[in-house]
Design a protein around this ligand. Structure first.
Ligand SMILES: [Zn+2]
Length: 188
């Protein structure tokens, strides 16, 4: 994996941790020293999605990630949240142990997760995923958002801080420039 900051091709592993569906590695770029995380997973057995028109399509993580990312665009979510939601849904799907899963089930899982993190992202996803077929449910969701007292609405719009994304956060080195102020030039 190339360094996401400078594109250099080599990095060293500084920490390695097993997660339920793979290995998470903290790496440090050998060129710019930036740190980043890679997530290596076993290639799972193929999983097919049954679409609404009954066609089958192989499960595509990137597609799932893209849909969630679009819903969360410009929302104040902590770094790594979108990937974490995608990981959780993917792991949940494989855990079902089925060869085929209805697309509606995935949609429901995404909505459930988004609702926990960000209400606006949830509404956006719901409006696309349900294709306005279920307009009443969508309207109810929006109405609930509007009539909510201020504090609650704010809470609903703010991602919960306790959704431990601490470990996924990309650490970048912050160079301190505090010394500059001490060497103030005195005027004669
Ligand atoms: Zn680099």
């Amino acid at each position: 994996m190339n360094c996401p900051y400078c594109g250099y091709t080599d990095s060293k592993v500084i920490d390695s941790r097993d997660v339920n569906d793979g290995v998470r590695r903290r790496r440090q770029c050998l060129s710019c020293n930036a740190r980043f995380t890679t997530h290596e997973r076993l290639q799972s057995a193929s999983l097919f999605i049954i679409k609404k028109d009954q066609r089958r399509e192989e499960f595509n993580r990137e597609k799932l990630l893209g849909g969630i990312r679009r819903a969360c665009e410009k929302r104040p979510l902590p770094t790594g949240t979108i990937e974490k939601i995608t990981d959780e849904i993917e792991a949940g799907l494989y855990k079902l142990g089925k060869a085929e899963i209805a697309s509606t089930l995935i949609g429901d899982m995404v909505m459930e997760k988004l609702k926990e993190h960000d209400y606006i992202a949830y509404i956006r996803f719901a409006s696309v995923y349900r294709e306005f077929a279920d307009i009443r449910a969508l309207k109810e969701a929006v109405d609930n958002l509007v009539v909510m007292p201020r504090g609650q609405a704010r809470e609903a719009l703010t991602p919960r801080p306790d959704k431990g994304t601490k470990n996924q956060k990309t650490e970048t080195t912050v160079k301190k420039t505090s010394r500059r102020s001490k060497t103030h030039v005195k005027r004669a």
